[in-house]
Ligand binder design. Structure first.
Ligand SMILES: Cc1cc2nc3c(=O)[nH]c(=O)nc-3n(C[C@H](O)[C@H](O)[C@H](O)COP(=O)(O)OP(=O)(O)OC[C@H]3O[C@@H](n4cnc5c(N)ncnc54)[C@H](O)[C@@H]3O)c2cc1C
Length: 434
């Protein structure tokens, strides 16, 4: 192995390494340099540019944070790690995140559903602001520089990095902000879990979260693109022992089902085991705001008025045409049968399906998940500083931790807030040890 000592240690200047060039790492490096300007701060990113995931987030528009500002309210949007985040959120709440970006030349807008985006709808602006700030503060950004290992050597850390050859650097403090294991093509390939383990930490079981599901029913592809705004969706575990509920929009896909409510359910049920042999069952209530009797009343009113109509045309008054056809097909009810000819039992089945249309879920859309559930256990990291309780000088920030939230800007908010806290705390530590 060719080893070149590109960076020499200097006893007077503290040196810190931030591993990763995502949201948490960029914010941590900025905070580190602001808190301890004397320190030499090196940010290692394996890609040839910063913030790959920030750029593609929110469909390329970058849902930077949420307009939900009260930390106590905010933490309920994290199935794992919510309460733990309170200190970080009081320290750097969504309002401060918004102020930070606006002060650094990225005007923002809060949309109706409280998602916050750059007014330009361009994630590149978010990364550009951070990149410019890093450079103006004098942080050194090393691109195409994958960290291979982090070793504890006395009171320091030895970082081995490089793409084709290996270089080494001895540093006083390290922030591991390598992200999770989701959407691996962006560079987040779970390397931080190995670094954490090498430095004495453990890692909780990992699972994909915020993903679409694959359904067993082949007819879903006929519905690809059909969406519904307000559904009450219940997901039952494969053994029927647990169920999860969420209300919101969903969309059928070529292979199954997706959309905000489905993402939330995938997050709540991230650790449920299932397979084609032991599927999860999903029940869609298309009219969650109506009790079954109220829907039945509405059905009676319409069928009384349209007794000669074919039942497909009446179900169409409740659902989009493609969905009505499939609903009747699944119930084995001829669509051209007139309402007058429809038995009470068939009418009851239609009503039941409108309040609980079922789908068998047999898989996750692998590789397409937005975040990883699980990571460095929270009890091993101080929530007030993000510093390791096991290895002095080491901190963690972002998705590498056992923290994940719903869609809506919550994951980036967690990355900014933990990154900020980790950077400031390590900066303070380096200042004190000067
Ligand atoms: C398609 C998609 C859309 C999303 N949309 C949103 C959204 O709109 N709003 C929201 O809040 N969240 C969204 N998320 C989730 C959010 O982007 C992540 O939770 C967040 O970016 C995590 O930040 P991070 O800094 O912890 O990790 P990451 O963003 O994953 O960054 C980690 C970085 O570390 C680098 N790295 C890894 N290992 C090494 C190594 N060994 N050496 C050097 N560098 C390394 C990686 O290349 C990567 O750049 C989305 C996720 C995806 C996949």
């Amino acid at each position: 192995m060719e080893t070149e000592k590109r960076y020499k240690e200097t006893s007077e200047i503290p040196v810190a390494a931030v591993i990763g060039g995502g949201a948490a790492a960029m914010m941590a490096a900025v905070a580190l340099k602001e808190t301890c300007p004397r320190a030499r701060v090196l940010l290692f990113e394996k890609n040839h540019h910063l913030g790959a995931k920030v750029i593609i987030s929110g469909g390329g528009r970058c849902n930077v944070t949420t307009g939900r500002e009260d930390p106590k309210d905010l933490v309920s949007f994290y199935p794992r790690g919510g309460k733990y985040l309170l200190s970080a959120f009081y320290h750097f709440p969504p309002r401060s995140v918004m102020d930070w970006f606006e002060d650094h030349g990225v005007p923002l807008k809060i949309e109706e559903d409280l998602r916050v985006f750059p007014r330009s709808n361009d994630g590149d602006d978010v990364v550009g602001a951070l990149s410019k700030t890093l450079s103006s503060l004098g942080a050194e950004v090393l691109l195409r520089s994958a960290v291979q290992s982090v070793e504890r050597v006395g009171e320091k850390f030895l970082i081995t990095y490089g793409q084709t050859s290996s270089s080494e650097l001895s540093v006083d403090g390290v922030v591991v902000a390598t992200g999770g294991n989701a959407y691996r093509r962006t560079g987040s390939t779970g390397d931080g879990y190995a670094f954490a383990k090498a430095l004495g930490h453990s890692v909780t079981p990992l699972a994909a979260s915020l993903h679409a599901f694959v359904a067993a029913q082949p007819w879903v592809k006929e519905l690809a693109g059909v969406s519904w705004q307000q559904a009450g969706i219940t997901l039952n575990s494969s053994d029927g022992a647990r169920n999860y509920h969420f209300q919101g929009p969903f969309v059928f896909t070529h292979q199954g089902i997706s959309g905000p409510a489905i993402f939330a359910l995938s997050s709540l049920s991230a650790y449920e085991e299932f397979s084609p042999q032991r599927p999860l069952t999903l029940y869609i209530d298309f009219f969650p705001e109506l009790r079954k009797e109220e829907l039945a009343q509405r059905w009676r009113e319409l069928t009384d008025q349209h007794r000669k109509k074919q039942c497909l045309n009446v179900v169409d008054m409740f659902l989009p045409r493609s969905l009505s056809g499939i609903l009747l097909r699944e119930l084995a009810i001829p669509p051209d049968r007139s309402i007058a000819e429809l038995s009470k039992a068939h009418q009851e089945k239609i009503l039941q399906s409108l309040k609980g249309f079922s789908l068998s879920l047999v898989g996750k859309m692998a590789g397409e998940e937005f975040v990883t559930a699980g990571g460095v256990p929270l009890e091993e990291v101080d929530p007030r500083t993000m510093a390791s309780k096991i290895c002095p000088g080491l901190s963690f920030a972002g998705e590498v931790l056992d923290i994940d939230g719903f869609t809506g800007g919550y994951n980036l908010q967690a990355a900014w807030a933990t990154g900020r806290l980790a950077g400031e705390s390590l900066g303070n530590m380096l200042t004190q040890s000067d």
